[in-house]
Design a protein around this ligand. Structure first.
Ligand code: SF4
Length: 901
């Protein structure tokens, strides 16, 4: 029977509520939950297509074990799998000590999952080697909040974004990364045009389009900028002396430092005009309320902690905190990175916002758990942890719900580490991730819609995540896998003792965990699943005696420090680790796309989500393209100090001269060459240990790969992908994507210096369904050129071009339209490579994913004189999630004729 279950989106930290339509077996549709206070019914393009993702063919369905690195994995059962894992972990711990094993988790786990893993690592194994991919995402914000304000607690609420008079967005393309929140900001600004929006970003992103002031600073110079703003605020007497005296300490030292950051020096360092700096300071200094939002641009940096603190300093100096529309407000990357921070899922933390390095905190948690003590050794953070795996110190590694073989920087070394580790367990919903290749034991995990628990979003709001359908195959919830393994390990390490892991359901874990928050800054001991069901999602703190959550913190000016005062942090600007030099003359920035999420393990299964951007493309400023004589779409070799890869290049006018941009989502699965992070660096911030993923020196040069390949095939996409992917190892360039909407296809683009041998090409043809049957073929062996198209029931179901690919977009368009062009047969059976005269040669992107409206249709509408509301009315574009509206506005400003013919 068809029914609806309220749950949350599993992607970003906005934490939107979703309504899942299902019949307890299959999910049919997803809508926004109008009652959820994060989104009030809205969803972005990713959230609204959740039901189209998670292809069953990509799911891990059964435990798989390999007994030797030389062998493949074979199917096993849960009992055998977990007994084997417990045996190896127990033996490794006995022989090499507890710090020879490690757990690497994910910001996408639920709070209950985190709690189980934390208890397992710290109370049972006795190691602090438990970290998560939140280290790559939010750990600098954690340090910033703790150092300045005394606790890792974002003080604001989403409603503050709507109420603020001046919103500063630093290092965040919020329009792509947190779209629903950005829509709330856009609408608030439309209602109150006097609201000022400042965007600080080296790129002119969709977010910057909304700004009254865009400061395109030199990458990594944020600390200098914030000190420079303070300098001007001090000079113009726009600080709140009374607040500073009553509620803070350390201002004198900061004031002395800020005096050195004169407007002229800062403008020079940041690469902006003095007047722009002055204007920014004036906007902040005169605003009745000032709010700042930030994300990876500040956090993923070797001075990420200093950047966070320098920004929070501005709020303390102006008294802009603890009031409606005011405060520092980090945008959390992952759906439950906050829950991870709350439960202690970074190596230096313990549950309830405690510190692993604090003996009293360790004693409190040890007593609560009924164990003698917790480990005092410092645990390894993500980068250190994988280095320890690589040099053999970690001998058994448990990875849950994350894909380090795509997401960590310096991928060459990460792959070496995973290959060298004696025992790797990967607990994953998708067997297709890059990391699964290295799993000695693959444990199938339940995924979105299939598990229950809680998550905390960016505004401290806890939602009850509800299960809609059963997990497929033998997949189990993450908490259940952790507890089952822990009980088996207990029998080996502490036989005869009562189990610490006798939890029957996630609610039992939540109930055990929540008292650990009591009397802490985040106290949510008053919450329960029942209360969340009755009253909806709630913001912490929510102690037992409260009847509602807490909208904003520090309204009384009292901070959770020993003396109740906030701290100013005084740190000078430090240049990023890698800057321009003669060998690497470009600075690479990495970031998010609108329709993809992280390593694409889920979004990469939905063809529709490739409609906006279908492959990884290096963006370069037009001047840098000209200087290298590069053309749009041309293949280039991008090299950094750590490695190189080949991919297409494209003019990007949002970039400054000397800068380059790559989307962070592509790993080795979708792009041959270990993915984008082969280029990025592992240097990290000394306090937060967060790596500088957003800045690397690179060089770019054209590559001549004249033998090109293009293929498209329908049906059994994941199986074909798995089978075809290895056959492209011999090509210098290979890129894989999906295409389509009602019908979906696997699309392959590849290139090589010369034609491959006939046999690999025949093997590829067989897997493309082009070896026999209703296939039209043309081969010119002399020129190593060939074309094949499979026609079934009057339409194309597979095609490939080898040697020359000039007609690929035309043919792809024919496949998409489901038509057979009368010119097709004639073209196919003749030695023609370019499409017939007048046919499409450019790629036509889907700009509006919700309403399936292409860029060419929008451009045609603009050419007919339609404005934004006319386009919305005529084409429907921009009327659903609204993510495409900034891009449509840009086209309205630029385009007068359709881009394709
Ligand atoms: Fe999901 Fe989009 Fe909401 Fe983020 S903004 S939680 S990705 S629907």
């Amino acid at each position: 029977m068809r029914q609806t279950t309220a749950s949350t989106c599993c992607y970003c930290g906005v934490g939107c509520g979703v309504l899942i339509e299902h019949d307890e077996t299959r999910i049919f549709d997803v809508g926004g939950d109008p009652d959820h206070p994060a989104n009030f019914g809205r969803l972005c393009s990713k959230g609204s297509t959740l039901h189209l993702t998670g292809d069953i063919d990509a799911r891990a369905l059964h435990p798989e074990l390999r007994l030797s690195k030389q062998l493949g994995r074979t199917r096993t059962d849960w009992n055998n799998a977990l007994e084997h894992a417990a045996g190896i972990f127990a033996e490794t711990i006995r022989e090499n000590g507890p710090d020879s094993v490690a757990f690497y988790l994910s910001g996408q786990l639920l709070t209950e999952d985190y709690y189980a893993f934390n208890k397992l690592a710290r109370a049972l194994v006795g190691t602090n080697n438990i970290d998560s991919n939140s280290r790559l995402c939010m750990s600098s914000a954690v340090v910033g909040y703790k150092r300045n304000l005394g606790a890792d607690a974002p003080p604001c609420s989403y409603e503050d974004i709507e109420q603020s008079d001046c919103v500063l967005i630093a290092g965040s393309n919020m329009a792509y990364a947190h779209p629903v929140l950005f829509r709330r900001l856009e609408e608030a600004k439309a209602r109150r045009p006097e609201m000022m929006v400042i965007v600080i970003d080296p790129r002119r992103t969709d977010t910057a389009e909304l700004a009254d002031l865009h400061l395109a600073i030199r990458p990594g110079t944020d600390v200098a900028l914030f000190h420079g703003l303070l300098h001007i605020l001090l000079r113009d007497d726009q600080i709140d002396q009374a607040f500073i005296e009553a509620h803070t300490q350390g201002f004198d030292a900061l004031q002395a430092l800020a005096s050195e950051y004169t407007p002229a020096i800062v403008a020079e360092l940041c690469g902006i005009r003095v007047a722009a700096l002055q204007r920014c300071a004036r906007m902040i200094g005169t605003a009745p309320s000032f709010l700042s939002l930030w994300c990876m641009g500040l956090n993923q940096s070797t001075s990420g902690s200093a950047k966070n603190s320098a920004l929070i300093n501005l709020h303390l100096a102006t008294g802009q905190i603890g009031r409606a529309g005011a405060g520092p407000f980090s945008l959390t990357g992952q759906p439950n990175a906050m829950g991870g921070r709350e439960t202690g899922s970074l190596s230096n933390l313990l549950p309830g916002h405690r510190e692993a390095g604090n003996p009293q905190h360790r004693a409190e948690v040890a007593e609560y758990w009924g164990v003698e003590q917790l480990p005092a050794n410092a645990g390894l953070s993500a980068i250190e942890l994988f280095e320890a795996v690589r040099n053999g110190k970690i001998k058994a590694l448990w990875i849950a719900c994350t894909n380090p073989a795509q997401s960590l920087p310096n991928q060459q070394e990460v792959h070496q580490a995973l290959a060298a580790c004696p025992f790797v367990v990967v607990q994953e919903a998708f067997f297709t991730t890059e990391t699964c290749r290295y799993a000695d034991l693959l444990l199938p995990a339940a995924s979105w819609g299939e598990k229950e628990g809680t998550v905390t979003n960016s505004e401290r709001r806890i939602s009850h995540v509800r299960r809609a359908i059963a997990a497929p195959g033998e997949a189990r919830p993450d908490w259940a896998i952790a507890c089952d393994f822990a009980q088996r390990l207990e029998q080996r390490l502490q036989p005869g003792r009562p189990s610490l892991f006798a939890f029957n359901d996630p609610e039992a874990l939540f109930e055990e965990y929540k008292p650990l928050t009591r009397h802490r800054d985040l106290d949510y001991s008053g919450l329960s699943y029942r209360l969340l069901d009755e009253r909806g999602p709630q913001q912490w703190p929510f102690p037992g005696h409260h009847s509602t959550g807490t909208i904003r913190l520090y309204g009384d000016g009292v901070f959770p420090t020993a003396d109740g005062r906030a701290r100013f942090i005084t740190e000078a600007f430090q240049a990023p680790k890698e800057d321009y030099d003669a060998r690497f003359p470009l600075i690479l920035n990495t970031g998010r796309l609108r329709d993809q999420w992280h390593g694409m393990s889920r979004t990469g299964t939905a063809a529709r989500l490739f409609g906006h951007v279908e492959e990884a493309v290096l963006g370069l400023h037009p001047d840098d393209m000209r200087a290298r004589q590069l053309l749009d779409g041309q293949l280039v070799k991008v090299g950094s100090r750590r490695g190189s890869l080949i991919l297409p290049v494209q003019r990007d006018e949002s970039l400054q001269h000397g800068h380059a941009f790559l989307p962070m989502h592509w790993g080795d699965r979708f792009l041959k060459g270990l993915g984008i992070n082969i280029l990025t660096q592992a240097s990290f911030d000394p306090l937060s240990k967060q790596p500088e993923l957003k800045q690397a020196g690179i060089q770019v040069e054209p590559v001549a790969l004249p033998w090109e390949f293009f293929a498209l095939v329908e049906g059994q996409l994941q199986h074909r992908f798995e089978a075809l992917r290895p056959l492209f190892e011999g090509f210098e360039f290979a890129s894989f994507s999906l295409a389509g909407r009602d019908r979906a296809a696997l699309v392959i683009r590849a290139a090589s210096g010369s034609a491959p041998d006939a046999e690999p090409l025949m093997a590829i043809d067989r897997l493309l369904n082009l070896a026999d049957g209703p296939v039209l073929a043309y081969d010119d062996t002399h020129r190593s050129v060939g074309k094949r198209v499979r026609l079934e029931n009057g339409r194309i179901t597979a095609l490939r071009l080898a040697g020359e690919t000039a007609a690929c977009q035309w043919l792809k368009g024919l496949w998409l339209d489901g038509e057979v062009d009368p010119d097709l047969r004639r073209w196919l059976l003749a030695p023609l490579s370019t499409p017939p005269h007048g046919k499409r040669v450019d790629n036509d992107r889907t700009l509006c994913n919700c309403m399936n409206v292409s860029q060419s249709a929008i451009c045609a509408g603009i050419a007919q004189g339609l404005d934004l509301s006319g386009l919305k009315q005529e084409l429907g574009c921009g009327t659903s999630c609204g993510s495409c509206v900034p891009e449509i506005r840009r086209l309205l400003a630029q385009v007068t004729v359709p881009v394709s013919v």
